[in-house]
Design a binder for this molecule. Structure first.
Ligand SMILES: Nc1ncnc2c1ncn2[C@@H]1O[C@H](COP(=O)(O)OP(=O)(O)OP(=O)(O)O)[C@@H](O)[C@H]1O
Ligand SMILES: [Mg+2]
Length: 308
């Protein structure tokens, strides 16, 4: 494989194969290119078995694109054993193999938003008919709690607001009802996988041994559940490479936690940091404007964008 198409910091990131690696970069600076080349380098040059590669992204589209880019680099055959997927489909797969440890059946169904809403409405009707509650808002609060790894029995309302108060009663009921139906909602995929890893170290060990090299694109968008999951998976071998943009956290409203990226070096001592500052997409004008906006962003790490 030819690394000469990479600029020096990109190349540095590709060749730094062992230990924690934090790649900080702006839009269009080749973040995804670095991850795909790094996978190709690990498999092609370092002879890492493809089964040991795990690359995670946030959307199905991003996962598909990443797989296509890796196929172009290493060929379809070498790509077969790799896991390139979203957090949710990775967790769904793990749970299909292991969920019996948590008292569910492996044939569980996955509830979409409409099913969830129906369930919340039923519960409100059965248990809180005297208060005026918005089911969508409750559903959102449950999702937010799960994304923050707050288990039903640990939920405490943070205010006297009706929905927050009702949730203390409804969230455990919601979860019991799901379990009775042998169903998981979308957020359970993460919540339950984290619980599985926490309560069953021998299961965790199996996946740790399998996923020896872990890469995450768009790391700035990870929520606490995803963060904890990654940490459990990689805390021992520490071969975790994350690529993040600390200036474009488009999922902030979903509970993504920018501190995940800012705190990475603290949680993974000895982290190697690479900054990709060359932009291959925008013109100089757009960049000047972007840098002006970014400057006002106080938690950001030192990073400037430039284009040749
Ligand atoms: N070293 C390079 N030489 C030439 N072109 C490059 C280089 N690095 C990246 N590019 C090109 O820049 C474009 C953006 O690359 P890529 O998608 O990897 O960036 P990204 O940082 O992941 O973007 P986004 O912010 O949209 O996720 C692509 O067309 C890619 O081929
Ligand atoms: Mg990208």
């Amino acid at each position: 494989m030819n690394l000469s198409s990479l600029n020096p910091p990109q190349r540095e990131a590709v060749e730094q194969t062992e230990g924690p690696l934090l790649i900080l970069a702006g839009a269009g600076s080749g973040k995804t290119r670095v991850i795909t080349m790094r996978i190709a380098h690990l498999v092609g040059r370092c002879r890492v078995p493809s089964e040991n590669i795990l690359a995670v992204t946030f959307t199905n589209k991003a996962a598909r694109e990443m797989r296509e880019r890796v196929v172009k680099l290493v060929g379809r055959e070498a790509c077969k054993g790799m896991t390139i997927s979203t957090f949710h489909s990775l967790c769904a797969r793990i749970l299909r193999e292991q969920i019996q440890h948590l008292g569910y059946k492996r044939t569980f169904s996955i509830y979409g938003a409409a099913d969830q809403l129906r369930l919340v409405r039923d519960l409100v009707g059965d248990h809180c008919a005297d208060v005026k509650l918005n089911a969508e808002r409750l559903q959102w609060l449950i999702s937010d709690a799960k994304g923050s790894l707050i288990e039903p029995e640990d939920y405490r309302p943070s205010s006297n607001e009706d929905h927050a108060l009702a949730l203390q009663k409804l969230y455990p009921l919601y979860q019991q009802r799901l379990k009775a139906y042998n169903a998981l909602d979308f957020d359970d995929l993460l919540l339950l996988t984290e619980r599985l890893f926490r309560l069953h170290p021998q299961v965790l060990e199996e996946y740790r041994t399998c996923f020896r090299y872990v890469m995450v694109d768009e790391y700035q968008d990870t929520n606490p559940a995803q963060y904890k999951l990654l940490h459990r998976l990689t805390g021992e071998h520490r071969n975790l490479c994350v690529v993040g943009d600390d200036d474009q956290s488009i999922y902030a409203w979903r509970g993504a936690d920018i501190r995940n990226i800012l705190g990475f070096e603290k949680d993974y001592p000895g982290t190697h940091v690479v900054r990709l500052e060359q932009n291959y997409r925008s013109s100089g004008n757009i960049l000047a404007a972007a840098n002006g906006v970014i400057k006002n962003n106080r938690t950001r790490r030192e990073k400037a964008l430039w284009t040749s």
